[in-house]
Design a protein around this ligand. Structure first.
Ligand SMILES: Cc1cc2nc3c(=O)[nH]c(=O)nc-3n(C[C@H](O)[C@H](O)[C@H](O)COP(=O)(O)O)c2cc1C
Length: 362
């Protein structure tokens, strides 16, 4: 019988439990993405609260493309010292920490017109209606290199690994998607071509950071709309990622604001469930591949999570919003208070004064 509170190995990381703080943009940095005292405190609370593996909010890999205010930066070496302080702080509590690295893209309403936003093709993002600039080969190389450098900086700053953000309609997701990627060169068309951007980012980063440094990828299970990336394609992507050496995959989706209306519906033959929206998708993938799979989205009850652990091959459980409400949630559960999360998943946690639980932490 597998246990939630047992030591496990994810790549070369030894984790003290199977709980992950899923990447959560905190909106608490300086304008340029630098750390603030407030933000150190957020991470200290999570580490104190016994989260086994903390994933940072998404950090932008190039300075000029910041898809949201208050997000962490990793776009030059000036970040290394302050992140060393962060990783040392988290390690004091025996938690591990990954930096999530990202290029945003057209899923944004922030500072439109003030910057060039790259996209695979001229297809407006469905939610924001924003159009990006189709990338030239040189621009693709520039972004690939920016991810690689972000990986190197993360390693130098003492992060235990990185998570490449390939989900939620951001740039990498758009390259994977037949809806957003209409390219006619080697980066578009077949799934193999659509995967090329992600594969190049991974492979070049691997060359830079060496064989042992954990690199994880967060992916969208399915785009859940006609013409979008399908779950069957995501399964193939995951197999390929395993083959080339990725250490773990987090299976997500892009439904959180719409979860209420989508729970109970089936897509690609699998149901989106209230407890663990993407559980069925993560479960299938965890049987396809031998590297650890992390499920995220809608988890709320420790006994159900325990059942999932023992009835599926899913190894890790990532939580975002409930940890904004209760940063000590994991410790509370570990100490025997097994009440469900307080978070009601209303998604009112994004505010212009920082992202926090506006319902319980006024
Ligand atoms: C305020 C907020 C910020 C988020 N920021 C990120 C992020 O930076 N990167 C990411 O991959 N997902 C981000 N997410 C999505 C979460 O990681 C997670 O996938 C989603 O909230 C579902 O998990 P939950 O039901 O436990 O909240 C964010 C979610 C919220 C509510």
């Amino acid at each position: 019988m597998k246990k939630l509170f047992e030591k496990t190995q994810l790549g070369n990381m030894t984790l003290k439990n199977r709980f992950v703080r899923s990447a959560t943009w905190e909106n608490r940095t300086t304008k340029d993405g630098h750390m603030t005292d407030e933000l150190y405190k957020v991470y200290e609370e999570l580490a104190k609260g016994e989260v086994g593996l903390i994933v940072t909010g998404y950090a932008n890999v190039v300075k000029e493309e910041q898809p949201n205010p208050g997000m962490m930066g990793i776009y030059n070496d000036s970040f290394i010292d302050e992140y060393k302080k962060l990783t040392d702080l988290v390690h004091e509590y025996d938690s591990k920490i990954l930096m999530q690295i990202a290029y945003g893209g057209t899923k944004t309403t922030y500072n439109l017109g003030e910057r060039v936003i790259f996209a695979p093709s001229e297809v407006a993002e469905r939610g924001t209606n924003t159009l990006g600039k189709p990338m030239t080969k040189d621009e693709i190389d520039y972004i690939v290199n920016a991810f690689v450098e972000a990986g190197r900086r993360s390693m130098e700053a003492g992060f235990d690994g990185v998570e490449i953000h390939g989900a939620h309609t951001y740039l990498i997701n758009q390259f994977l998607s037949p809806y957003y990627n209409k390219r006619e060169d080697e980066y578009g068309g077949s799934l193999e071509n659509r995967m090329r951007f992600l594969m190049e980012i991974y492979s070049k980063m691997r060359e830079k950071v060496g064989h042992d440094y954990p690199i994880l990828v967060k992916l969208t299970a399915s785009e859940f709309f006609e013409g979008g990336l399908t779950f069957e394609e995501t399964r193939i992507i995951c197999k390929k990622l395993e083959e080339i050496g990725v250490d773990g995959i987090e299976i997500s989706g892009n439904i959180h604001g719409k979860a209420k209306s989508m729970v109970g519906q089936s897509f690609d033959g699998y149901e989106i469930k209230q407890e663990g929206y993407f559980l069925e998708y993560g479960n299938v993938i965890s049987k396809d591949i031998n590297i650890p799979v992390i499920t995220v989205g809608g988890l709320k009850d420790i006994n159900n999570i325990d059942n999932i652990l023992n009835e599926t091959n899913i190894d890790y459980f990532a939580i975002s919003r409930p940890l904004l409400t209760e940063p000590n949630l994991i410790k509370r559960w570990k100490d025997g208070d097994e009440k469900q999360v307080k978070c009601v998943r209303c998604s009112k946690c994004r505010t212009s004064n920082g992202n926090y639980c506006t319902v319980f932490n006024k």
